[in-house]
Structures are given as structure tokens and as C-alpha cells.
Ligand binder design. Structure first.
Ligand SMILES: Nc1ncnc2c1ncn2[C@@H]1O[C@H](COP(=O)(O)OP(=O)(O)OP(=O)(O)O)[C@@H](O)[C@H]1O
Length: 511
């Protein structure tokens, strides 16, 4: 799939000595980087290493404090983004910046019509052409609110491709929101872009993706460039992991077999119907039992009722019909507050959008979420709260950033660490957790997986939603599958295997 260039192609963009500071923190220091036509340049690094900051300088979101960028042999000023775009740089962000009430066509028109007025009819034709050429299925007349994350991402990519003069495309962790089948299609699309001579910058935490598609790789650690290579070989995985992690080592995830024992049920959903945002049934006849000290994994292609099921189990969505009990108490009409009082904690699939309050520190987020706050007189004792957080095993294991840091200034992976630490510190009776390792680097992924196992050992019933079958098999005692409006299972993890679960995901009960 990769291209061999006997002669190195000329660069599209060459950055030299880029430095960016936020107050006393140096997020990028003296970074050199080249983007070449027809090449995929992967950028690796742990959470907070500075990957997004570097990309945002190249897309003109941040002005570098030092350093230069050359394009077409001349120094190029890329700040603000309108200048970067005018120079042919496009970026597909992690959090899509789309307006829900607009259609796909309107969203694209807004982005590309300024400067050269395309008629709607022409634009529609061009959308369909680009979408066909690169396998980016989008319906121009669908509303943004109707699109799942994969569709929103495709819309963003079409937008970038239709902007006049695009030649460099930056992807910030594009595959973290995609299901496995979509990842394959995404990598095929990257290959087509490469063949059409686009220069690609790809941030990812997935080493196998880098090995599968990258022509060049750069590794950042703590704001500095620690490894660069013009060649990526299939055996380079370990080398890249140690460049990312430095002195640290990658811990294995271990789980002692707990199968065979009947644990005490704590949450039961009987014959439940769960409806979608517009009243349509999403899941029917659902029977689900969560037991103390057990991890129940939920497998399924995204969009099969995962979000709706999780919301019902936390009182964010009303159960249609059926009965939901926690420790024998009927919870059908309970509020979220009552679910929390009953011992349930929920980690949603979109922590940045749903959990971060602009301007608030990590510590304030912890206290607001009900982590017990030490008081001094009538006030919260912030110094002691800070100390408690620093001493918390969970926060330390996940290397949570300093409690005084503003949550809206954290890197994506560090927001995820905050949300996960908060959930673990509570030591809930029941933990409903969606996609815990999304956006986390390899080391932190292993840590959170081990922490979930430890939490279950201490008695918590965990319901784990994940797209990663390996993760589900590694952690779960039982698995259920969401497919064709049904919840199938449970299946004892030791009595089934990846291919049988995969079949059920695709074919439902008939598998
Ligand atoms: N606007 C900002 N203000 C203050 N600090 C910031 C800002 N943006 C980023 N930082 C800090 O700069 C460092 C690098 O963050 P960056 O988002 O570039 O990391 P990253 O490598 O992309 O991480 P992740 O894999 O978690 O997305 C982090 O310590 C982050 O908290």
C-alpha cells in the first residue's frame, strides 16, 4: 500500500524550530517537521505530549512563539486559520465544529462558498463526486443532528477536500470515533488521498495504524521531538512505543479468572423497551442483570442502542416499558440524582462535550460532581481538597494533571483521565462506562483497564461499552451483544470467542 519514492519528493510544508508556550508550560519546543506530497506523516506521542498544539500551529489556531514555516520555498504566516486555509491547509478536528440544525449541503456551502460562489446545484454535484471518489458516503440533504460520529467526520473531510487549493490535510485522532469497519474504510481513503498527492499529517494513538499506512513518523514526548524517521517498517512497533514512553514501561493487564461463580445481582432490567430521541424503539425485550464484582461487556456496532441503554441505566432517558430495579428498588421513574444516590456512576461517550465546564479547574470539576469536599468553617477547604486529590491512588495511577489546571485547557486525553479518575475515586456500586480508552495513549489505556478490573474485584458491578473486542474480552466476565434492536446474551467470556461475538454483532440472533 505504501509508496516507494526513489527520489525524495519536494516538501509541501517545512516547519523549523516551532515553539509554543502557555504561561510557564512549553507545549512545543523547537519542532522541525516536513510534509511531502503523496506521503502520510504520522505523529505519535502520549497524552499531553503536544501533538494537537503542533497541529494547531500549522492550521493557524495558535501563533508560534518561535520558529518558521516554509511553503513554496517562502516563509508562510499561517495564523489565523483563514490564512492557513488560503495556503491550502485543512484540518479535521477531534471535536467536530458543526451546526446541528444545518444540512450537510448547507454546512459545506458555509465553509467553501466564501470567496468563490458556487451554486447549490454545482456544489451538490461536487459533494457527490468527492464522496464517490474517496468512499466518503454522505447525504447532502441529511441534517447534521441526524449524523453519527462517523458520518460527521466524513462531512468534515468532504468540506476540507472541497475548500479551494487544499493540499495539506491534518487529521487529529480521526479513528478514535470510528468503529473497526469504518477504520478500514478510513485507511483506504487515506491511501487514495496519498495517490492524489495530498500531504497528510495523521495524529493517532494506534501503532498498528501507523505501521499499516505511514510513510514517515515523528514522535513527541513532553513537547520535544524525540524520534523521526522517513521509513516505517512493520517491526517498528516496540521502537515507537519506547520513543513515546521514554523511561516508563508498558504494564501488562492481568485478570484472574472469576468465571463459574454466580454473583449477587445488583441491577436488573426486565423486558425493557428503550426508545430513541424521536420516540422510535431502539431496543426491545431487553433482559440485563449486572452483578457485584462482575464486568459485563457490551459489544455491538455503534448506533445499535448503546447510548440509549447507558442513559436509561442512569436516569437520563426514560425506560419505555419493562422494569428497572437496583438492589430491589424500582427505578423506572427515578431521576439521575436518585440513580447517583443508589450508587450508580456514569462515564459518557463524549466527556469533552458533556463533562467540561469552561473556566473550571480539575478540582472544581471533582467537587461539583459530588466528590466529598473537606470543609473549613462554612467554606470548602480547597488546599485539603487538592491534597486529597494528589494523594488519591486512582488519580496518581492515571497521572492526572494538577488539580488547579483549567479543564478546558487540557489535552483531549487528559480530559478523559479527569473523567475516569473522578469515576474511580467514587468507588461506585455500579459503574456504567462508555469507551474508556478512547483518546488515551497506550500506557494509560492499560492503566485504566487494570483499574477497572481492580474496581470490580472490590465489588463494583461494571457495565463496559467498547468498540474494541480485544478490550471487551480482556476485561469482561460476561458479554452481551446489541444487534437488530435486541440485547443478546449474556455469554460467558470463557465459553465464546471473538469470531462468534463478531458474527452476532453483524447478524444478530441468526448467527
Ligand atoms: N489553550 C491552552 N492553554 C493552556 N495549556 C494548554 C492549551 N492547549 C494545550 N495546553 C497544554 O499543552 C500540553 C500539550 O497539549 P496537547 O493538546 O498539544 O497534547 P496532545 O499530545 O495533543 O494530547 P492528547 O493525546 O491527550 O490529545 C498539555 O499539557 C496541555 O494541557
Amino acid at each position: 500500500m505504501k509508496t516507494d519514492h526513489p527520489v525524495k519528493p519536494a516538501y509541501l510544508l517545512r516547519a523549523a524550530g516551532l515553539t509554543k508556550r502557555f504561561g510557564s508550560l512549553t507545549a512545543n519546543e523547537g519542532i522541525d517537521l516536513e510534509v511531502r506530497p503523496g506521503q502520510i506523516h504520522a505523529i505519535l506521542g502520549e497524552n499531553g505530549a503536544g501533538k494537537s498544539t503542533l497541529m494547531k500551529m500549522l492550521y493557524g489556531v495558535y501563533e508560534p512563539d518561535e520558529g518558521t514555516v516554509l511553503m513554496d520555498g517562502e516563509p508562510a504566516v499561517l495564523y489565523p486559520p483563514s490564512r492557513a486555509r488560503a495556503k491550502g491547509i485543512g484540518m479535521v478536528f477531534q471535536d467536530f465544529r458543526l451546526i446541528p440544525a444545518m444540512t450537510v449541503l448547507e454546512s459545506i456551502a458555509l465553509a467553501v462558498e466564501s470567496g468563490f460562489a458556487l451554486r447549490r446545484k454545482q456544489l451538490r454535484a461536487r459533494i457527490l463526486e468527492v464522496s464517490r471518489k474517496y468512499g466518503l458516503a454522505v447525504d447532502p440533504d441529511a441534517y447534521v443532528w441526524q449524523l453519527d460520529l462517523g458520518q460527521r467526520q466524513r462531512l468534515e473531510i468532504v468540506k476540507v477536500l472541497l475548500a479551494p487549493g487544499t493540499r495539506v490535510i491534518i487529521f487529529d485522532e480521526p479513528t478514535s470515533v470510528l468503529v473497526p469497519q469504518e477504520v478500514e474504510k478510513f485507511l483506504d481513503m487515506l491511501d487514495k488521498l496519498r495517490k492524489d498527492r495530498y500531504g497528510i499529517l495523521l495524529i493517532t494513538h494506534k501503532i498498528n495504524e501507523v505501521l499499516a499506512c505511514a510513510d514517515q513518523v515523528s514522535v513527541l514526548r513532553a513537547g520535544r521531538m524525540v524520534y523521526q524517521s522517513d521509513q516505517v517498517d512493520s517491526g517498528d512497533g516496540d521502537k515507537l512505543i519506547s520513543a513515546m514512553m521514554g523511561e516508563k514501561t508498558l504494564n501488562p493487564v492481568t485478570k484472574q479468572g472469576m468465571h463459574g461463580e454466580e454473583r449477587e445481582p445488583i441491577l436488573q432490567l426486565k423486558d425493557g423497551t428503550i426508545r430513541g430521541d424521536h420516540g422510535e424503539p431502539v431496543l426491545e425485550g431487553v433482559h440485563l442483570t449486572l452483578r457485584k464484582s462482575e464486568i459485563t461487556g457490551v459489544a455491538g456496532i455503534s448506533g445499535n442502542g448503546q447510548r440509549e441503554l447507558a442513559e436509561v441505566l442512569f436516569g437520563l432517558r426514560k425506560l419505555g416499558t419493562g422494569e428497572l430495579t437496583i438492589a430491589s428498588a424500582v427505578m423506572n421513574d427515578a431521576s439521575t440524582k436518585e440513580f447517583m444516590e443508589a450508587g450508580v456512576t456514569f462515564v459518557s461517550e463524549d466527556p469533552i462535550k458533556e463533562s467540561v465546564i469552561p473556566g473550571f479547574s480539575i478540582l472544581e470539576h471533582m467537587i461539583l460532581d459530588g466528590i466529598e469536599a473537606p470543609v473549613k468553617g462554612a467554606n470548602i477547604d480547597w488546599a485539603r481538597a487538592q491534597k486529597l486529590l494528589e494523594d488519591s491512588e486512582e488519580a496518581r495511577a492515571l497521572a492526572l494533571a494538577d488539580g488547579s489546571r483549567r479543564a478546558d485547557q487540557l489535552s483531549g486525553g487528559n480530559v478523559q483521565r479527569m473523567v475516569l479518575s473522578r469515576a474511580l475515586i467514587r468507588k461506585p456500586d455500579i459503574l456504567i462506562i462508555s469507551y474508556p480508552s478512547r483518546g488515551l495513549d497506550i500506557g494509560t489505556t492499560r492503566t485504566i483497564q487494570q483499574q477497572l478490573i481492580e474496581l470490580a474485584k472490590q465489588g463494583t458491578a461494571v457495565l463496559l461499552f467498547s468498540e474494541d473486542l480485544d478490550e471487551l474480552f480482556k476485561l469482561s466476565d460476561r458479554l452481551v451483544v446489541l444487534s437488530g434492536k435486541k440485547l443478546l446474551g449474556p455469554y460467558d467470556t470463557h465459553e465464546t470467542d471473538v469470531s462468534r461475538i463478531g458474527e452476532r454483532m453483524l447478524k444478530g440472533e441468526s448467527a
